[in-house]
Design a protein. Structure first.
Length: 394
């Protein structure tokens, strides 16, 4: 009898454990959401030739061939990192790569160019790269410090590095002037709309506005600040998550990207918010991301999914080291992936993101991150709300 009771008790425990496990499994399944899935490709890109190193990698763009373009800051590399280029050389390795690099879809370096040249002013600190529908490469710059000369120009080149045009002037007086229609104030990023042939400028690190230009001539067409207000350059002080919503952008205004349905998504980075406008600058809506993030802020860059409706919006957060996935039309947060670190699938200061025609996502890192990574699109599926590192086969 005792043996029978012991067996029955054991069976009851097993059944209870199974029921509990089933409940936990159902609970876990209930927390999954349907969203785009990604895996990091730890073998992409291929090694650079010539002992080349990347500095702060400050922009990424995709051209019509799905080639991946990046721009990095040569001067951010230390002498101990570039021993081979010192005079005299202090070692066999290494050298700074040219500022602009083009990779094919396999991650092979195709071309490289950039730096000071005749007829234009290369930025003190380049920032952002965009390849427009005509194949023109646009580059901004955010160099300079308050009270000192800095970058006030936008540059255009052909894909083989031939200079095309410069809008604005370098080494301008750094008097803050967000209502100036002749100069820029440390541009963070450019986006060119092929329908209207207009360039949207995230202007940026000194000014506090979005500016819209004729993409062929550089002529100013319109500009605005947060909520569509006239820009006001009053110093707002540090971001306070408990304070009322700021009615102006804080520096830097870090992106201004246009969707297929003509909505402009603007990264108000240190205010931890993304604001959405019409092409004419009318405020539509906003969302806040990781609102307790101080300092660098949480909204660094955006990219769109490559389905015809651009159903999903990706937001890079270089402070918390995440990529957030949102439903674009509602700005509902679905999931996030990534983590801080040095290994593939991790980041230190993920700054720029872009998607190719297959939906793959590319990221660059600034500060000490200095890296380009590829995240392979794996289709739509069920994922946790917080995924962590999206390692292959995870």
């Amino acid at each position: 009898m005792k043996t029978l009771l012991t067996g029955a008790t054991f069976l009851a425990v097993i059944v209870g454990l199974n029921l509990t496990a089933g409940a936990l499994d159902r609970q876990a399944q209930a927390t999954l959401v349907e969203a785009p899935r990604f895996e990091v490709d730890p073998m992409w890109p291929k090694p650079l030739p010539n002992g080349w190193l990347l500095g702060q990698t400050i922009g990424v763009g995709i051209d019509a061939k799905d080639h991946v373009w990046i721009v990095h800051r040569v001067d951010s590399l230390q002498a101990t990192e570039t021993a081979a280029s010192q005079n005299p050389p202090t070692g066999a390795c290494c050298k700074a790569a040219p500022p602009v690099l083009e990779f094919d879809t396999d991650g092979t370096l195709l071309h490289s160019w950039g730096g000071p040249g005749q007829g234009y002013d290369w930025p003190l600190s380049n920032h952002g790269i965009f390849i427009d529908y005509k194949g023109i490469v646009w580059i901004g710059g955010n160099g300079g410090r308050d009270g000192a000369p800095g970058d006030g120009q936008i540059l255009k080149f052909t894909q083989d590095g031939k200079f095309v045009a410069q809008y604005g002037s370098a080494q301008q007086s750094q008097q803050i002037a967000s209502n100036d229609t002749t100069h820029f104030g440390r541009v963070a990023k450019i986006f060119v709309d092929p329908k209207a042939n207009e360039a949207y400028i995230a202007d940026g690190y000194l000014n506090k506005r979005v500016a819209v230009l004729d993409a062929d001539t550089g002529a100013f067409k319109r500009y605005w600040g947060a909520y569509g207000n006239k820009p006001d350059d009053t110093n707002l002080g540090p971001y306070d998550p408990t304070a009322p919503h700021a009615q102006q952008f804080r520096n830097p205004v870090h992106c201004s990207d246009l969707s297929v349905d003509n909505l402009l998504y603007v990264c108000d980075r240190p205010n931890d918010r993304l604001q959405v406008f019409t092409r004419e600058g009318k405020f539509v809506t906003e969302t806040y991301i990781a609102t307790k993030t101080l300092g660098d802020g949480s909204v660094w860059d955006v990219a769109f999914s490559r389905d015809p409706e651009q159903k999903y919006l990706y937001i890079a957060d270089g402070k918390n080291e995440r990529i957030y996935v949102l439903l674009r039309k509602t700005l509902e947060m679905l999931t996030n992936f990534g983590d801080g670190g040095r290994q593939p699938g991790q980041w230190f200061a993920v700054l720029s993101i872009a998607t190719d025609s297959k939906g793959n996502l590319y990221t660059t890192e600034t500060y000490e991150g200095r890296r380009l990574q590829k995240f392979v699109y794996k289709g739509i599926g069920k994922v946790p709300r917080t995924q962590g590192v999206v390692w292959p086969g995870k």
